[in-house]
Design a protein around this ligand. Structure first.
Ligand code: PAF
Length: 287
């Protein structure tokens, strides 16, 4: 497994690996490190998608707000590299902040409407500007033909897809289903900060999404279903940022299921951890 820490070596190593693979495509898995089984599922999907697999590890300061957890975001370079070796990754892109954003860099990419508005866009101003900017740079730096993103960050996935379409970037975005613990909790690098007692309660978020999806599938308005789920989570000690039914692609809130694919999206804080989750909602029964 090759490791590149500056752009010249990244391009050299990527070109060598492509040549060794007979000119084959490169699949990129963008990450912020602290890798878990969810990331490794992305790497496995990348392996199936292209002969050359690259993983980027970069805790992107541009996507953290001034009061967010940039300083304490988990970092484990040695552990990450060991996991990636075991997962069959060919190339790791490990830029420093200076390599990613050389002094004087001022250009950003902004998805200036849906799906970036609302939800994470509202709760974390500037977050998607940071995500779009770094993803555009990662796609251009690696020349990836395909990039893999987890459905766990559903809004992020839609924002990246929108950016790729709007900027005609020559990369295909492939979604990968959320990986969950046996009790339903979606894997996240930040779960390690849950206390044992919070960890025991955390699966309630996924359970509430599943129950709400089942209730909505029976037909009827979303508002009472969403209000009930929010109240149940609040009663269990979650500080709910949102629990909403949205059009799956635009993230526009909807009042009931219709003909277009829909998604329930939720974010709630439990102690110092902000949990994010979502679930697809099939059309109402009998439709
Ligand atoms: O989902 C993440 O880990 C990050 O937002 C990403 C896509 C690697 C961009 O920094």
């Amino acid at each position: 497994m090759r490791i590149a820490r500056d752009l010249d070596s990244l391009r050299r190593e990527a070109a060598a690996l492509r040549a060794a693979a007979g000119g084959g495509a490169l699949a990129l898995v963008p990450t912020m490190g602290a890798l878990h089984a969810g990331h490794l599922a992305l790497v496995a999907a990348a392996r199936r998608a292209a002969p050359v697999v690259a993983v980027s590890i970069f805790v992107n300061p541009l996507q953290f707000g001034p009061h967010e957890d940039l300083a304490t975001y988990p970092r484990d370079e040695e552990g990450d590299l060991a996991k990636l070796r075991g997962a069959g990754c060919d190339l790791v892109w490990l830029p420093s902040v200076e390599a990613m954003y050389p002094p004087g860099s001022v250009t950003v990419v902004e998805v200036a409407g849906p799906p970036a508005e609302g939800f994470e866009g509202a709760h974390r101003p500037g977050h998607f500007r940071g995500v779009a900017t770094v993803c555009a740079k990662l796609f251009l730096q690696t020349g990836a033909e395909v990039a893999l993103f987890g459905e766990k960050d559903w809004q992020q996935l839609q924002v990246v897809r929108r950016m790729v379409r709007d900027l005609d970037l020559p990369v295909r975005i492939e979604p990968v289903p959320t990986v969950r613990e046996a009790d339903g909790l979606a894997l996240s690098s930040r779960n390690r900060f849950l206390t044992a007692e919070e960890r025991a309660r955390a699966p309630l978020l996924a359970a509430s999404l599943r129950e709400a999806a089942a209730a909505l599938a029976a037909g009827g308005p979303a508002a009472p279903v969403l209000a009930e789920a929010t109240a149940a989570l609040a009663a269990a000690g979650f500080a709910v940022d949102y629990f909403a039914l949205v059009e799956a692609e635009s993230l526009r809130p909807i009042e009931a299921l219709g003909d277009r694919p829909a998604r329930l999206v939720a974010a709630a804080r439990l102690g110092r951890v902000r949990l994010l989750d979502n679930i697809g909602v099939p059309p109402p029964e009998g439709r």
